[in-house]
Design a protein around this ligand. Sequence first.
Ligand SMILES: [Zn+2]
Length: 443
Amino acid sequence: MLRIYNSLSKKKEEFIPNDPSHIKFYACGPTVYNKIHIGNARAFMSADLLAKVLKGIYSKVTYVCNITDIDDKIIDAAKEENLSIKDISTKYFNQYQDDTALLGISKPDIQPFATDYIDDMITYIEKLIASDNAYEKDGNVLFRVSSFPNYGCLSDRKLEEHDSGSRVKVEDFKENPNDFTLWKPSLNEDPGWESPWGRGRPGWHLECSVMSESTLDIPFDIHSGGNDLKFPHHDNEIAQTCAFHGNDDPTSFAKYWVHNGFLNLEDEKMSKSLGNVVYIDQLLQNYKGNEVRLALLSTHYRQPIPWSEDLLDQSHNIYVKLQSAFKEYGVVDGKFHVNSKVAEILLDDLNTPLAIRTMQDLVANPDENIENEIATFKYIFEGSNQDLSLSDVQVNQINELVKERDDARNSGDYERADKIRDKLSKMNVSIKDVNGKTEWEIL
Ligand SMILES: [Zn+2]
């Protein structure tokens, strides 16, 4: 029913799940060291689109998107902001949750954190060493790429291409410049875990192999990510997992590999005013989450998006027109109707630009199925009650403030209690004391 472009076979294929009663999908998630920008958001939006379509047609779908909470970039950010590693990763994880929620991106079913899987990663590495797929040198453990005959099968890179005329200096702990890190030593102040190779931390590629298999088992159906992750990240994941199981066939890990295109910030006006990188929180000062969502989905997920203010303004206009047309029909909730035209278009490799044009035509010339067409469109193109609902992070934050205020009042510190009430009111939260209990609501 669904056709999807598989980067592994390099063609559009009919999606035939390993087990239609349970679809398993893994997408590479963020490294939480900074706010997410619109280019990051495109990858999460593409994964969300695919997850929504899968959930529209199958009764049970497990969608996993990981959180990389240990990485050199996080260590650098912690030094720069003078915060602990934990504080940095928590801060930017919260921001990621809020920003994606405002874009109507649904939460994955499972969000594994890399640091919760360190023991599994160590066990994984031990087995790769035992099978001669990896080696240790000076506290580093490297994957020996020459040990995996299919290395580079996803990106179609051959090892020789990297070797010839390489100007990159090869670290002296590497047998071959292509060998990649499974484990690296941690310096004194850097975060680290005890391991058979000394105190250290895992390599990024390994995290995804371990977390995907731990949460979904292999083979799972779909692995996705941005085009830029094809090499080396995804080819390295395939090499590790296949070598770990002694099976050279990459489909023994994941059957379909789905990659989204880049986002090009071509608009000089925009890059000047926002400084080359466009963060989601900046965009949401001027546009609704659903408008940004529509702009991201107005290009086919595999094509590059030329991102500009014009695109956002067009999307704003389309959104407003569609909303007023939808109101006539009174369709409130989104639902995926498999037999609608909009669904049929999306089931053909997620053709969102054609789905948008078709919806515009349909509201101009409605047919008898118009309510189902609108419901299907809303299900995909509108976030779930994003304007009304709060993320868990926001709810937790409010609950904490309410508790702090209760504590302040109980200890007679009314000045502090009033300050917290003011802070809550700035967040549009109103509080009432009902029978000695504090209740709150969003205004
Ligand atoms: Zn990954």
